[in-house]
Design a protein around this ligand. Sequence first.
Ligand SMILES: Nc1ncnc2c1ncn2[C@@H]1O[C@H](COP(=O)(O)OP(=O)(O)OP(=O)(O)O)[C@@H](O)[C@H]1O
Ligand code: SF4
Ligand SMILES: [Mg+2]
Length: 367
Amino acid sequence: MSEPILKAIRLTRHFRVGGSLFTQPKTLRAVEDVSLSVEQGETLAIVGESGCGKSTLARMLMRLIEPTSGQMLFEGRQIDQAEGRALTELRRDMQFIFQDPFSSLNPRMSVGRLVGEPLETHAPGLSAQERRAKVADLLSQVGLRAEHAGRYPHEFSGGQRQRIGIARALASGPKLIIGDEPVSALDVSVQAQVINLLAELRDRLGLTLVVIAHDLAVIRHMSDRVAVMYLGKIVEEGPTDEIFAHPRHPYTMALLSAIPEAEHGRTRRQIALTGEMPSPVDPPSGCRFRTRCRFARETCAAEIPALRETDTGPGHRAACHFFEEIAAEAPSPPASAGTGRTDAARARFSLYADAVSGTGIRPRATT
Ligand SMILES: Nc1ncnc2c1ncn2[C@@H]1O[C@H](COP(=O)(O)OP(=O)(O)OP(=O)(O)O)[C@@H](O)[C@H]1O
Ligand code: SF4
Ligand SMILES: [Mg+2]
């Protein structure tokens, strides 16, 4: 297998919180010892409940915040120490799409300036006319028109504003885009359109995507692999089809069981996820999920479970001491069809395209 385009090795981010004249600040363990790799051209989805550390992880990967410890490599180059020209190149190659397209776009800048601004840094040789033409091209790539360049963000709908954010992200000609909940602020019907657009751009431009989401149903249709986070750690990761067909971690099982049956077209027993996620200031010892896990036993409090290969195929790993026993107790339904990573993702996407076409949304071609 070729070298991953992006690799994180034991990435950790702690924040100092609280503290006053009379009390010591505490350490909030937002992301703890997370390793992951993303292959060129694939879509990795990172899912988990609110506060589990998804945005902190994404911001570290983008070098928007510094890790407390750990390493990151982009195309084999170490990026956690990158500065100067190396950091500028990184900003060109990796772009970020924010959750809230309104607050991430400067309301005083026209769309033309918003989309053209990154070109000043990353394509400084362009004449004003060439830059205008490039902006018009970027707008058309995201389904907007050249005349939109003269308007301001408040004149657009939420979905259109997210398209402007995507055009801005595309301006530098990135290889990888990280979307932090890029559709969760949008209406459901508009979510499908923006997901279609991202999938189309990925296929057409050969982009690699890292997409963060709360909603497993949303990412199923566009991702090749899924990493499930809980309280700062990855608890399960693997090919999307495997995760959906043979979840091995009790947390993933609970998340999947909450998806309405119509989504996956088969019966899945609802597994209640009780209680709140504990505070990352004082996470449970051993397995961090143990306070909400119905399978927990003594070992779970004493030993941190390693992320290890499951029985279901290469690259599917889960961090649970007892996943073999748990899987034997509750056998998974058979895996859905799929003949390989890309084919499976395409098949899922066309299923999704069929689904949204019934809603009046016009899905785009995937090839
Ligand atoms: N700058 C900061 N200072 C202190 N704590 C922070 C900071 N940023 C994030 N945190 C804490 O780190 C933890 C992880 O936050 P993060 O925003 O990464 O979660 P998330 O999974 O993205 O959540 P959501 O789904 O709600 O966006 C939370 O407990 C949050 O309060
Ligand atoms: S290690 Fe123990 S507490 Fe953690 S998920 Fe597995 S059974 Fe549950
Ligand atoms: Mg977040």
